[in-house]
Design a protein around this ligand. Structure first.
Ligand code: BDR
Ligand code: CA
Length: 310
């Protein structure tokens, strides 16, 4: 059965690839994008979300702009060093033709879930502010979603924005904690697996040969992202595969090994944004979520390539 999904996103270089991958996958029906601050300012990520549906010829996919700031902490850091001021590798893309919906992302999410009970999968690949706001406005959505599959967090790897925190969780730790404790079926696709999936330079060169809108955009916007990965991780032009891995989970969950555990988020101090697994239920009876701990990386990469080059 075709899965109806809402991608909540902060595009964002790897968000762009994830959105193309989803729009090119017949198993998925993207019923909307919702945008959030994160890799760039909220006004920028909203325009990018519009651009990305248009790039793929899916102009009819609605885009709702969401939060520009976290729930509680002040807006501190954006991911512009990694993704560019324009979230698109400082390539200064032309304005989109379409318009944003006249509803906040959180309202749109609630409307879609309520009008398709049991059928909508939420796919947050940015900070979790919009999803937390939707939960606060309408806690009843917890029992009505099909699943939440998010890119964020890490249990076994160091962080990528601080020694202990993954960027999406760090940008709004209070929102992330709300989402992780809500009690809905949730899968965390975090650095434990996304940093095991490497798009090498050779892999990217093969993809670029397809010469289509998705792969041409990747070729254009990826250099700043490769430069960051080289500077921070010494990857010499290879990159981790974050947001696209969450889309692959929807298409082929058997490629991921998951473990069920309650996850807490540290909301202050030096460890802000750290995701902590309570393996032995020492911190109370928080509902468990599924965390991806291992991945068949080559198969994930093959699936991404198959979809992007067609
Ligand atoms: C996550 O942070 C952002 O930089 C990426 O788009 C991805 O969603 C990886 O930590
Ligand atoms: Ca993202």
């Amino acid at each position: 059965m075709v899965k109806k999904i809402i991608i909540d996103t902060d595009p964002g270089i790897d968000d762009a690839t994830a959105i193309s991958l989803a729009l090119r996958s017949p198993e998925l029906e993207v019923i909307g994008l919702t945008s959030v601050f994160g890799n760039a300012k909220g006004e920028v990520t909203a325009q990018n979300a519009l651009r990305l549906v248009e790039l793929e010829g899916h102009d009819s996919v609605p885009v709702a702009r969401g939060s520009d700031v976290p729930l509680i902490i002040p807006l501190e850091a954006l991911g512009t060093m990694v993704h560019g001021e324009d979230g698109m590798g400082n390539t200064n893309p032309p304005p989109p033709k379409g318009k944003l919906l006249d509803a906040h992302a959180a309202e749109f999410i609630i409307q879609m879930i309520r009008s398709n009970p049991g059928k909508v999968t939420l796919v947050p690949i940015g900070p979790l502010t919009n999803i937390a706001l939707a939960l606060k406005l309408d806690p009843g959505i917890v029992g009505l979603v099909d699943e939440v599959v998010l890119m964020g967090g890490t249990l076994s790897c160091p962080g990528n924005i601080s020694p202990v925190a993954e960027a999406n969780i760090y940008h709004d730790p209070h929102a992330a904690d709300l989402v992780l404790r809500a009690g809905w079926p949730l899968v965390m696709v975090g650095l434990d697996v996304t940093q095991e999936v490497f798009m090498t330079r050779a892999y990217l060169d093969e993809i670029y040969q397809a010469d289509n809108p998705a792969t041409n955009l990747m070729r254009k916007i990826l250099p700043i992202y490769q430069k960051f990965h080289d500077g921070f991780f010494g990857l010499g032009g290879d990159i981790h595969t974050h947001d696209p891995s969450a889309i692959v989970y929807l298409l082929a969950p058997h490629l991921f090994h998951t473990q069920s555990v309650a996850v807490f988020v540290e909301t202050e101090g030096r460890c802000m944004g750290q995701t902590v697994a309570d393996w032995h239920h020492q911190w109370g009876d928080r509902p468990e979520v599924k965390v991806c701990m291992n991945v068949q990386a080559n198969e994930v990469l093959a699936l991404i390539k198959e979809r992007l080059v067609k």
